[in-house]
Write a new protein. Structure first.
Length: 283
């Protein structure tokens, strides 16, 4: 930069002002560069500075090098501020409406950040954050304590009991817990989602009973079909039960533990555009 500044101004004092350094410092920089190259770049007299033929030959390459350094600095600033960055988010089921609103607000705040949404298992999400292949993840149940993992509750939602229509209370009537005791609960397998499995059992225990359980099918429509057949009941997030003949979603008593959606990310070195998402999601 010193070489280009002196070549542009042909004056050590004005070049020093452009770079914001003292004139002796720029003189030392040019002298050191000349020593390293084994060339004289400028002829100096008490009245004028001229660039030598060798300096003229090297000047285009020097300008190119300065431009490259400036582009590198600009790029680094953009990345630090979240521009020209990609936010990689692992989502979870049943958060579509809230996620759409959240992404809309984030895009308004960070219009230059590209979004990459991925569907992963809980194990894959935690591994992805640990290896920095994803930036953030939504989890439906409390994450296990993990070194290097930051976590915050994004929002809470109530559970509802999904019952066969003939077992559901009449409109406006409270839920009869005995209706839950008499039918097996279709429950996610512990091996697949241990935290969710434990959370759903805790919901039942908060209602004062230990449920008889059966494995829940992977597809929600299959789970609801079994409920509609009158053979079981299940727990869903309020608002996530699709309309289906033969089933009814029933509110649980006040004080029943809700479903919590957690947001997790790396707690060290998270860039600005990731932390901005956290703040918007948990506002």
């Amino acid at each position: 930069m010193a070489f280009v500044a002196v070549a542009d101004t042909l004056h050590f004092g004005r070049a020093a002002e452009c770079l914001g350094i003292a004139q002796p410092a720029i003189s030392q920089l040019i002298r050191r560069l000349e020593d390293q190259l084994g060339l004289i770049l400028f002829e100096r007299t008490s009245h004028r500075v001229t660039i030598t033929p060798a300096g003229q030959t090297l000047l285009p390459d020097a300008r190119s090098a300065v431009a490259t350094v400036q582009r590198l600095g600009d790029r680094a600033s953009q990345l630090a501020e979240g521009s020209a960055a990609t936010l990689r988010v692992a989502t979870t089921t049943g958060i579509g409406a809230r996620l759409a609103d959240l992404l809309s607000r984030y895009c308004q705040a960070r219009p230059t950040v590209a979004l990459d949404l991925q569907v992963l298992t809980t194990t894959q999400k935690l591994a992805g954050i640990a290896t920095a292949t994803i930036d953030l993840a939504f989890l439906r149940s409390t994450p296990p304590p993990t070194p290097g993992l930051a976590m915050r509750i994004a929002w809470s939602e109530p559970y509802v009991a999904v019952l066969p229509a003939e077992h559901a209370p009449a409109s406006g009537q409270p839920l009869d817990v005995q209706a839950l005791v008499s039918l097996p609960l279709l429950l996610v397998a512990h091996a697949e989602h241990p935290a969710m499995h434990a959370e759903l059992l805790d919901v039942c225990r908060s209602l004062g009973f230990e449920p008889q359980t059966r494995p829940r099918p992977a597809a929600a429509q299959d789970t609801l079909a079994l409920v509609a057949a009158g053979t079981a009941w299940t727990l869903f997030i309020d608002g996530n039960v699709p309309p289906l003949a033969g089933v009814r979603a029933c509110p649980l008593p006040e004080g029943t533990p809700p479903s919590r959606v957690w947001l997790v990310w790396r707690d060290i070195g998270a860039p600005t555009h990731v932390l901005d998402f956290v703040e918007i999601a948990t506002a």
